[in-house]
Design a protein around this ligand. Structure first.
Ligand SMILES: O=C(O)c1cc(=O)[nH]c(=O)n1[C@@H]1O[C@H](COP(=O)(O)O)[C@@H](O)[C@H]1O
Length: 246
């Protein structure tokens, strides 16, 4: 494990958030304790946020950890802006809204973050990685996930967001249309043979990085593994492998 804490892995580490999708503050802090010798980026999502709220976020920040607050805001412009003004009182690294909230909501979100003491990266969730083209058809979206991600990413860029959350399968399309600094945050990451759970559009860490992912979210493949530290090590090595061919 010594090797993984070395400078050679700094860039790989910087690209990762471990999703703390657990049901208590104690379990979350236990994971952080075990994993933080290897990674310093953590995602607090809806389950943990509704269990432990901003108190847990503050605990992570006090430990000098990087926090992605995954609250997936989706409401009218005024409400989303108010929530973001509250969130951006904290020095978190990144926060997300649903890009499908529309251009006016995204523009209000941008303005709210810009006027706040901390300016976390603001990214728009495009098409959830659990959805298939058939799901979209059933929802009446009337287009493929690739085309819908492309449209939502265009809107996010137009509103001045810092990037999007998408699956790895849309990265080639996005690379052609967005500026290189536009963040492409990718969940649904699995090494071959690992359980996919409820995800539909998945890819391995090295392939996702090679296709243009700027940051990866690692979840149950690490936190539900028999040995989470060993699993994280496998994933981190794969990220580093991808970076050598980026
Ligand atoms: O915004 C997200 O983080 C997100 C967007 C998306 O489209 N798909 C997605 O899985 N996520 C989150 O990424 C994590 C993926 O977890 P695993 O499937 O366990 O790797 C979960 O915490 C999800 O809430």
């Amino acid at each position: 494990m010594q090797e993984l804490a070395s400078h050679a892995y700094d860039e790989a580490r910087r690209r990762i958030y471990v999703a703390l999708d657990v049901d208590s503050e104690a379990r979350a802090l236990d994971f952080v304790d075990r994993l933080s010798p290897i990674v310093d980026g953590y995602k607090v999502g809806l389950e943990l946020f509704h269990r432990a709220g901003m108190r847990l976020v503050e605990s992570l920040l006090k430990l000098n950890l990087r926090v992605f607050l995954d609250v997936k805001l989706h409401d009218i412009p005024n409400t989303v802006a108010g929530a973001l003004r509250a969130i951006a009182q904290y020095p978190i690294e990144m926060v997300n809204v649903h890009a499908s909230g529309g251009l006016k909501m995204l523009a209000s979100a941008r303005e709210a973050v810009d006027g706040s003491p901390h300016r976390p990266l603001l990214v728009g969730v495009t098409v959830l990685t659990s959805l298939t083209d058939a799901d979209l058809e059933g929802m009446g979206v009337g287009t493929t996930s690739s085309a819908w991600v492309r449209r939502l990413a265009q809107m996010a860029e137009q509103a001045g967001l810092d990037g999007v959350v998408c699956s790895a399968q849309e990265l080639d399309i996005l690379r052609e249309m967005v500026t290189p600094s536009f963040e492409r945050v990718v969940p649904g990451i699995r090494l071959a043979g690992d359980r996919v759970h409820d995800q539909a559009r998945v890819m391995s860490p090295d392939a996702a990085i090679r296709h243009g992912a700027t940051r990866l979210v690692l979840g149950r493949a690490v936190t539900e593994a028999d040995d989470p530290v060993a699993a994280l090590a496998r994933y981190l090595r794969s990220v580093r492998e991808g970076l050598t061919h980026e």
